[in-house]
Design a binder for this molecule. Structure first.
Ligand code: FAD
Length: 419
C-alpha cells in the first residue's frame, strides 16, 4: 500500500485480515489531506471537515477500526443556518417529506425561490438523478429556471461545500450523484455528521492501531521512489510484493507510475484550495448552531469547535474554492471573518489569536466531463485508489474510502483471495 490517506487506510483495512499488508507513507503520520497538524496546545486540523449520513463506507470502516461513529460524530438532521439568509431544518419525517417540510418552513427565502428549488429537486428525482449528458451546474440551473436567490442561498453554498468547485464549472452529474445518495435517499442519509474529535482521532489513528494489531507493517516517513511491475510481481523501491495499491493524489501517482494513458488523464485534473481560518476567543462562542454562516460573509461556513470538540472559544471558518485574490492577504481575511462573528455575537471581545491554513490542492475540481481512471492500471499487479478514482463522487472522504474498498476487492479477485 502506498499512501496512508483515507483511501490507502480503507484498502489496508479490507485486506489485512486476509493478506500480509505493508503500508508506505511519505509523511510522519497517517491521514493525508484529512489529519491533525501540530503538537500539544497548537494542534489543529489541516481543515475543518464534515461528513454526512450517506458516507456509508466511511462509517462502516470506522466501526471496523473500533472508532464508534455515534461517539465521535455529532449527528444532526440536515440543516442550513445562514444568518441574514436561508435558515432551515429538516424535521424527523421520512424522506422526502423531511425535505419538503423543511423547505416549506424555511426562513429567509421567498416563496418563489422555495417553489423553484422544490421544482428542480423534484425534476432531478424523477430523472433518477441521472443526466443523459453532463453539463455545468450553472447550465443546469439555468435550464431549470432557478433565480439568483435560490442560487445564492442554496445552490452555490451546496455546490461549494460538496464539490469545492465553483458552479460555473462544477459537474452536474457529480452533484446529482451526491444528491441521489443524500437528499434522495432515506432521511438519515442527509444528516450532517460533525467530528467531535480531531481528524486523526476520527479514523486514521484507530485504523493504524487496528492494522498494527493485525500484524500489518506500517512504514511512516517512507516516500516511495520507484514502482514497477516485473515477473508477475509489483516492485516497490526494489522490494517485491504480490500486488501494490497506489493510493495517492493524481500528481503523486503519475510521478511513480509509468503509464502514458494515466498521465494524460491526470493532466486533465485541476485543483482548488480550501482555506480554514481559526480564531481563538477568550470566551465560549455560543454561535446559533455548531455549523452556521453569515449570508454574504467572508467564509462559507463557521464551526463552533467548542460545541463540537470541546476546544472552548475556537472558531473554524471555511472558505471553499476561494479565488486566488481572496487568499492574497490572509490577515485581512481573518479580520473579515472576525467581523462576521461579531455580527452573530456582538458581545464577544475580539479574538486573541488567528491562524489561516491554506491547502493549495485541497481537492480536484469536480468539473463536467472529467474522466476517472479505474482501480486496475495498465501495469500487472499495480492498482489505483484515491478520491479521484471513485467513479461519480467529488473529492471527499467517502470517495477516498470507496476507492480503497474497490481497489482491495480488485486485488483479492485477481489474487484469488476469498472475500
Ligand atoms: C481543507 C480540506 C477540507 C476538506 N473538507 C472535506 C469535507 O468536509 N468532507 C469531505 O468528505 N472531504 C473533504 N475534503 C476532501 C478529503 O479530505 C479528501 O478527499 C481525502 O482526504 C483524500 O484522501 P486520499 O486518501 O484519496 O488522498 P490523500 O489524503 O492525499 O492521501 C494520499 C497519501 O499518500 C501519501 N503519498 C503521496 N506520495 C507518496 C509516496 N511516493 N510514497 C508514500 N506515500 C505517498 C501522502 O503523503 C498522503 O498521505 C477536504 C480536504 C481538505 C484538504
Amino acid at each position: 500500500m502506498i499512501g496512508a490517506g483515507w483511501a490507502g487506510l480503507a484498502a489496508a483495512l479490507e485486506l489485512a485480515e486476509r493478506a500480509d499488508v505493508c503500508l508506505f507513507e511519505a509523511g510522519r503520520a497517517p491521514g493525508g489531506r484529512a489529519r491533525r497538524l501540530g503538537h500539544g496546545d497548537s494542534r489543529l486540523d489541516n481543515g475543518q471537515h464534515i461528513l454526512i449520513g450517506a458516507y456509508a463506507e466511511c462509517l462502516r470502516l470506522m466501526r471496523k477500526a473500533g472508532a464508534d461513529p455515534e461517539r465521535l460524530l455529532l449527528r444532526q438532521p440536515m440543516q442550513w443556518r445562514r444568518e441574514g439568509g436561508l435558515s432551515m431544518r429538516c424535521p424527523a419525517l421520512p424522506a422526502p417529506l423531511h425535505l419538503l417540510f423543511g423547505l416549506l418552513a424555511a426562513r429567509g427565502l421567498s416563496w418563489r425561490a422555495k417553489w423553484q428549488l422544490a421544482r428542480a429537486l423534484q425534476h432531478l428525482k424523477r430523472a433518477g438523478y441521472r443526466l443523459a449528458e453532463d453539463c455545468s451546474v450553472d447550465a443546469w440551473l439555468e435550464a431549470q429556471r432557478q433565480g439568483e436567490e435560490a442560487w445564492r442561498e442554496f445552490w452555490r453554498p451546496l455546490v461549494l461545500s460538496a464539490l469545492n468547485t465553483p458552479t460555473a464549472n462544477a459537474s452536474m452529474r457529480v452533484l446529482a450523484a451526491v444528491l441521489r445518495d443524500s437528499l434522495g435517499a432515506e432521511r438519515a442519509a442527509s444528516d450532517l455528521l460533525l467530528p467531535r474529535v480531531d481528524l486523526s482521532a476520527l479514523f486514521p489513528e484507530p485504523a493504524c492501531d487496528w492494522l498494527g494489531r493485525r500484524g500489518a507493517t506500517l512504514r511512516f516517513g517512507r516516500r516511495v521512489e520507484t514502482l514497477a511491475s516485473r515477473d508477475g510481481r509489483a516492485w516497490v523501491d526494489g522490494e517485491a510484493f504480490d500486488a501494490a495499491i497506489l493510493a495517492t493524489a493524481p500528481y503523486h501517482a503519475v510521478a511513480l507510475l509509468d503509464d502514458a494513458a494515466l498521465r494524460k488523464q491526470a493532466a486533465g485534473y485541476r485543483y482548488w484550495p480550501i482555506c480554514t481560518v481559526y480564531l481563538q476567543y477568550a470566551k465560549p462562542l455560543a454561535l446559533p448552531a455548531a455549523m452556521c454562516a453569515v449570508s454574504g460573509g467572508a467564509a462559507d461556513w463557521l464551526f463552533d469547535r467548542g460545541a463540537l470538540t470541546g476546544e472552548t472559544g475556537l472558531l473554524a471558518a471555511v472558505l471553499s474554492a476561494p479565488a486566488p485574490e481572496r487568499l492574497a492577504d490572509v490577515d485581512a481575511l481573518a479580520a473579515r471573518v472576525a467581523a462576521d462573528v461579531a455580527r452573530l455575537r456582538p458581545d464577544l471581545p475580539p479574538p486573541l489569536s488567528r491562524r489561516a491554513i491554506v491547502e493549495r490542492r485541497a481537492t480536484f475540481a469536480s468539473e463536467q466531463g472529467l474522466a476517472r481512471p479505474t482501480a486496475k492500471t495498465s501495469l500487472q499487479c499495480v492498482y489505483l485508489a484515491g478520491d479521484w478514482v471513485c467513479p461519480d463522487y467529488p473529492a471527499t472522504l467517502e470517495g477516498a474510502v470507496r476507492s480503497g474498498v474497490s481497489a482491495a476487492a480488485a486485488v483479492m479477485q485477481d489474487l484469488r483471495i476469498e472475500q
